[in-house]
Design a binder for this molecule. Structure first.
Ligand code: C2E
Ligand code: MG
Ligand code: MG
Length: 303
C-alpha cells in the first residue's frame, strides 16, 4: 500500500525505490537466516533483564529475560525481527534451549537475590520440541535449593495447532515446578479462550492496553475488569510497557499487582541489572522507589 501511494506521488521511479528496498530486505533476511545457524555456539547472544515491580510493596523479586543478538555485520538485531525467522527455520529450538540454560546460570549467579523469579519467553513452536521438558527439568534440578524460580512465558506468535499437546506439556512443566505465564494477553492469539484452556499462574496484559488507559475511559474500564477477573481467578497480573507515572498510578488504583516498563527500568545487561537490583530492589515502598529512581534519572540524564 505504501509503495502504491508513493507511486501515485512520484510516478516513474517509485517502483525502482520499492524494488531496491525489497532487495535490501531480502538480503538482510538472508544474512540473518545464515547467522542463525549455529548461533548458540558463538558469543553473539545475551539475555537482557527487565525488572518487574510489585506495586503493593515497591519491591522487585522478579524480572523478564529478553534475548539480544549482536550480529557481527548488522549490529543489534531486534528479537521482533529474528525470533519469527528462527521460528520459520526451526532454529528456535536450539535458541530456546540456550535461553533456558542461560536464565538458569543467571538465577544461580552470586549477585542474584535469593528467591528471585526469572521469566523466559518460550515460543509456542518450542512446545513441539521433545527436549523442552527435559531441558526445563534439568534447569529446575540445578535450581533446587537456590530458592530461584523459572517462569515460562508462553508467546503465541503462531497459531497453536496441537492444543491438546500444548496443554499436556504446560501441565508437565507446572508439575516439574515451573511457573507459567501467558504473554501479550488481549492481543492476537492470546485470547480469552487461551485463558480458560491453558493452566497458568500469571497473565501479562499487553502494552497496547496500557498505552491508552489514561486517555480512553472504556479501555480503562476494560483493564480494571481484567485485573478484577484475574484476581478472582487467583492469577497474578503483570501490566506490560508501563511508561508513565499516570499509568502506574491508575494501574495501582485498579489493584494491579506487578508492572514492567520503561517507567521503572529498561531491559539491562547482566552487570547493570545486578547493580540496579542491589540499589533499588529493596525499597520500603513504591513511593520511595519512584523517588529514588526519579532522582537518579534527573541527575544522570541531562538531555
Ligand atoms: P514480550 O515478551 O512481550 O516482551 C516485552 C517487550 O516490550 C520487550 O521487547 C521489551 O523490551 C519491551 N518493553 C518493555 N517495557 C517497555 C516500555 O515501557 N515501552 C516499550 N515501548 N517497550 C517496552 P523486546 O525485548 O524487543 O522483545 C520483543 C519480543 O520478542 C518479546 O515480547 C517476545 O515476544 C520476543 N522475545 C524476546 N526474547 C525472546 C526469547 O528469548 N525467546 C522467544 N521465543 N521470544 C523472545
Ligand atoms: Mg514476554
Ligand atoms: Mg508481551
Amino acid at each position: 500500500l505504501l509503495s502504491m501511494r508513493e507511486a501515485a506521488k512520484t510516478p516513474g521511479n517509485s517502483f525502482r525505490i520499492h524494488d531496491s528496498e525489497l532487495q535490501e530486505n531480502v538480503k538482510r533476511r538472508a544474512i540473518l537466516r545464515r547467522g542463525l545457524v549455529g548461533i548458540t555456539e558463538r558469543e553473539e547472544l545475551f539475555l537482557a533483564l527487565q525488572p518487574k515491580v510489585n506495586l503493593a510493596s515497591g519491591q522487585v523479586t522478579s524480572a523478564e529475560a529478553l534475548i539480544r543478538w549482536v550480529h557481527p555485520e548488522l549490529g543489534f538485531v531486534s528479537p521482533a525481527d529474528f525470533i519469527p525467522l528462527a521460528e520459520s527455520t526451526g532454529e528456535i529450538t536450539k535458541l530456546g534451549r540456550w535461553v533456558i540454560q542461560e536464565a538458569t546460570r543467571l538465577l544461580l549467579h552470586k549477585d542474584m537475590p535469593r528467591g528471585f523469579c526469572l521469566a523466559v519467553n518460550v515460543s509456542i513452536l518450542q512446545f513441539t520440541d521433545p527436549e523442552l521438558i527435559p531441558t526445563v527439568g534439568r534447569a529446575l534440578k540445578q535450581l533446587e535449593g537456590s530458592g530461584g524460580t523459572l517462569e515460562i512465558e508462553i508467546t503465541e506468535s503462531v497459531v497453536m495447532e496441537d492444543t491438546a499437546r500444548v496443554i499436556q506439556t504446560v501441565k508437565e512443566l507446572i508439575r516439574l515446578g515451573a511457573k507459567v505465564a501467558l504473554d501479550d494477553f488481549g492481543t492476537g492469539y492470546s485470547s480469552l479462550a487461551t485463558v480458560t484452556q491453558l493452566p497458568h499462574h500469571t497473565l501479562k496484559l499487553d502494552k497496547s492496553f496500557v498505552d491508552t488507559i489514561t486517555s480512553d475511559q472504556r479501555q480503562a474500564t476494560l483493564v480494571k475488569a481484567i485485573i478484577k477477573a484475574s484476581s478472582l481467578m487467583g492469577v497474578e497480573l503483570v501490566a506490560e510497557g508501563v511508561e508513565t507515572k499516570a499509568q502506574c498510578q491508575l494501574l495501582r488504583d485498579f489493584g494491579c499487582q506487578l508492572i514492567q516498563g520503561y517507567y521503572f527500568a529498561r531491559p539491562m545487561k547482566e552487570d547493570e541489572f545486578f547493580c540496579w537490583i542491589s540499589n533499588y530492589g529493596h525499597e520500603p515502598d513504591l513511593e520511595s522507589l519512584e523517588k529514588r529512581l526519579h532522582a537518579r534519572q534527573n541527575s544522570a540524564s541531562p538531555g
